[in-house]
Write a protein that binds this ligand. Structure first.
Ligand SMILES: N[C@@H](CCC(=O)N[C@@H](CS)C(=O)NCC(=O)O)C(=O)O
Length: 200
């Protein structure tokens, strides 16, 4: 296997921290996103969307989408379990994973992309969309903060992949002008999640 990623990017971090949870080490090529190494014809043969991370499997096929990569790794390295054991638990983890991805990660990412101009060499930045997205992320953060008032993690006392994503996105957002640390329960959650060895 071979991993193509930018480990410091949010989705790169998802796979990097997940691998640390599992104690997995995979030969890795760092892709310089700022320099557009992900936009070359050669890279797009691995992922036509031109995004990181991508995992090259031993049969030469390519897997992209960070959560799909994590799911693949979980299948081969089941401990610790981060995707759920029972049908009910798996469904609840999927529910939270989709909520965090669609309603938090995506608007934070849209805020970042449209307000900072980081990728202005490759896409049109719409300031108003960035602002609307940042507000949408804030709305979700308030809902999550209320949920976490009575829950240590999203599923109660059970840490799972959506918790990892939530903590990664909170840390990323703070560095790009979207700060959710005034929300006390989210802030406490972040401290717990990032105290895990995989985050060090
Ligand atoms: N849904 C994809 C998103 C991948 C993604 O957007 N990756 C970003 C880094 S976090 C990227 O490659 N950006 C480069 C670009 O937009 O040119 C996943 O989960 O892997």
């Amino acid at each position: 296997m071979h991993l193509y990623t930018m480990s410091a990017s949010p989705n790169g971090k998802r796979v990097a921290i997940f691998m640390k949870e599992k104690g997995i080490d995979i030969p890795t090529t760092e892709i310089d996103l700022r320099a557009g190494e992900n936009l070359t014809e050669e890279y797009r043969r691995k992922n036509p969307l031109g995004r990181v991370p991508v995992l090259e499997l031993d049969d030469g096929t390519f897997l992209s989408e960070s959560q799909a990569i994590c799911l693949y790794l979980e299948g081969h390295h089941p401990t610790p379990n981060l995707f759920g054991e029972s049908v009910e638990e798996r469904a609840k983890i999927e529910m939270w994973a989709r909520r965090v991805d669609l309603n938090f990660l995506m608007p934070v990412a849209q805020g970042f992309r449209n307000l900072t101009g980081y990728y202005k060499d490759r896409e049109t930045c719409v300031k108003e969309w960035g602002e609307v997205s940042a507000l949408a992320a804030r709305d979700t953060a308030v809902l999550l903060d209320a949920h976490l008032a009575n829950n240590q993690f999203l599923l109660g006392d059970r840490y799972a992949i959506p918790d990892m994503t939530l903590a990664i996105v909170m840390g990323f957002a703070k560095n790009v002008g979207q700060d959710f640390f005034d929300l006390p329960n989210l802030s406490r959650f972040y401290a717990h999640a990032t105290a895990r060895a995989a985050f060090q």
